[in-house]
Ligand binder design. Structure first.
Ligand code: NAP
Length: 370
């Protein structure tokens, strides 16, 4: 028997950028055509939460509810729903796009995008993120997860499943440069939240990975779960020539994916990685590097490299990644060196943010469980 849906619920509200998060009682949203109401089971807490909520990196409407990586259950569906049914386990994929113009894009629960149209799109429709008991999402962003397989046969917790929307970013990047099974790809840096996920995704896609990063102990976690034959590690020294040679010593490098943050924009690893890629190789740039880079222009030309920038991913990537996880090839949980550091109720959001900020290494998860 399905539980009746209450008329009110608890939700974390950010009155405006930089203010304190508050827990409020608000109306449960009404399902409208094109949407589904989701009972939230688990929403990830970003390790950079305080910075993101300061409004200096991302913008968002006043009185918005953050929380952008959510797993939950379908609680109610709109009249135009064709496949979702009540009670199904689902993931809300946070890259919401305008139906009439897919170039109007927001990151649900995090960022209202750069244009007046994207800001209006979020403010008037999707300002309620995942730190709430219930939330509303567009039907096309609600993806059914095979609970019997993922939680039953493969033994994952709902918190493990949060990692899917992190892995999705890397999957989009690696697919955009056509990574093939058997190829060798450099992932750099490899020790962050999104970049670390790229290691597991590339292994699942059949590639051999050269994971480059400054935290050797994190790189060794990748080797522990995937084996030394699938994951090679390189700790950069800052000497471009030596680091390029270290990357090339495992054989031909077909591709390189970079998911650097702004702090790494002057890091020499970027140049070393470019110089290590073989002729006709491909490079995916997915970091948020705020200043321009000096790339080895003539090396790119003489070696016919393809460089592809990508924001997020395509819709086909979402279904592809979920299939990869359901097949058991893409690992979550312990198989992806994941550690759930802690889970908290909505009332403890500040404690959750603090814990998440204390350890931002790859695979660390803190979750809100309303
Ligand atoms: N294109 C997209 O659609 C997309 C999607 C999601 C995220 N992103 C962006 O991707 C970036 C990385 O995300 P993340 O979550 O992985 O970040 P993160 O968890 O903060 O990790 C940062 C990574 O960068 C490394 N790093 C930091 N400063 C460095 C420096 N000076 N030199 C060399 N390496 C340095 C860190 O290495 P240590 O461990 O050694 O400190 C760590 O591996 C962010 O800017 C994020 O906004 C882009």
């Amino acid at each position: 028997m399905s539980q009746p849906i209450p008329t009110t619920m608890k939700a974390v509200i950010l009155p405006s950028a930089g203010e304190r998060l508050t827990l409020r009682t608000v109306p449960v949203p009404t399902v409208v055509p094109g949407s589904a109401l989701i009972k939230v089971l688990s929403t990830a807490v970003d390790g950079h939460g305080p910075a993101l909520l300061s409004g200096k990196i991302f913008t968002f409407p006043d009185n918005f509810t953050p929380g952008c990586r959510t797993v939950g259950r379908v609680a109610a569906t709109g009249p135009d729903t064709t496949s979702l049914t009540h009670g199904q386990l689902v993931m809300i994929e946070p890259f919401f796009r305008g139906r009439d113009d897919p170039n109007v894009q927001i990151l649900w629960g995090a960022f209202d995008g750069p244009s007046p149209a994207s800001k209006k799109f979020m403010a008037q429709n999707w300002a309620l993120g995942g730190y709430a008991e219930y939330t509303l999402a567009p039907l096309e962003n609600v993806h059914v997860l095979d609970e019997e397989v993922l939680c039953g046969q493969l033994g994952y917790s709902v918190h493990d499943l949060l990692q899917l929307s992190v892995q999705l970013v890397a999957y989009g990047g690696l697919r955009s440069i056509g990574l093939q099974a058997g190829e060798t790809v450099i992932v750099a840096p490899a020790t962050g939240s999104f970049s670390g996920a790229a290691v597991h995704v590339a292994v699942a896609m059949g590639a051999k990975v050269i994971a480059m990063g400054r935290k050797k102990e994190v790189l060794e976690e990748f080797q522990r779960v995937h084996g030394e034959s699938r994951v090679k590690i390189v700790v950069p020294t800052g000497d471009v020539e030596a680091d390029t040679a270290a990357l090339k010593k495992f054989g031909e490098v077909d591709a390189y994916i970079d998911i650097s943050p702004a702090q790494a924009s002057t890091s020499t690893h970027i140049r070393s990685c470019f110089l290590a890629v073989k002729p006709y190789g491909r490079v995916s740039l997915m970091g948020v590097v705020t200043n321009d880079l000096a790339v080895p222009y003539s090396y790119l030309v003489w070696n016919s490299l393809t460089v592809k920038g990508l924001y997020m991913y395509e819709r086909a990537d979402v279904t592809g990644l979920i299939k990869l996880a359901e097949s058991g090839v893409l690992k979550l949980g312990e198989g992806a060196a994941m550690t759930v550091l802690g889970t908290f109720g909505l009332e403890d959001i500040e404690k959750a943010l603090e814990l998440a900020a204390s350890d931002t290494r790859a695979g660390r998860v803190v979750a809100i469980t309303p």
